[in-house]
Design a protein around this ligand. Sequence first.
Ligand code: 5GP
Length: 193
Amino acid sequence: MKNRLFVISGPAGVGKGTLVKLLLQEDPALTLSVSCTTRAPRKGEVQGREYFFLTKEGFQDRIDSGDFLEWDEHFGNFYGTPKSFVLEQLEEKSIILEIDVAGARQVKQHEADFGRIVLIMIVPPDMETLKSRLVGRGSETEETLKNRLARVEYEYAQKDKYDYVVVNDNLEEAKRTLQNIILQETNRGDKHD
Ligand code: 5GP
């Protein structure tokens, strides 16, 4: 068995958070990566559990020393996946990164250091249902809703760049498919990539 890095992406509202939670609950050999951020901790968040909370300078130092597998800016704050932390964790367990399409593309470029990195996208059975669900939430302005829908379309259109595309039609089935992928990939060598 080889511990592997699994990147799980998917459009908003597709249920990937729920699936990841189930995978972690049922497999003690899996863990979730902890990201770094420059945003302030919210109530109840613990340093090193939800995030590693860093100053802007601390974050910049890590960028400069090449210690991010990927990083991005959201809402004026920086977020990134720390390479040294992931490498350390990987000695013990396989790791899941729940990350968007842009982040996944950056992470995939680190296979020289990590061996095979497995990209998995969760997709809805049909896009129209997902979109109407997002519209139905009704909690957003026209503009943010438009942005969200465009983003969902964009993420979905990137699915061919992924190693696996898993349809979340039935939660239990999608979970089992993911568990099979994880089993298969941790038993697979790095040759013939
Ligand atoms: P929040 O501040 O609500 O915890 O997260 C804000 C946004 O940052 C979310 O869209 C989340 O997916 C994204 N995010 C969290 N961690 C990372 C990371 O390590 N890398 C990237 N690129 N985005 C992240």
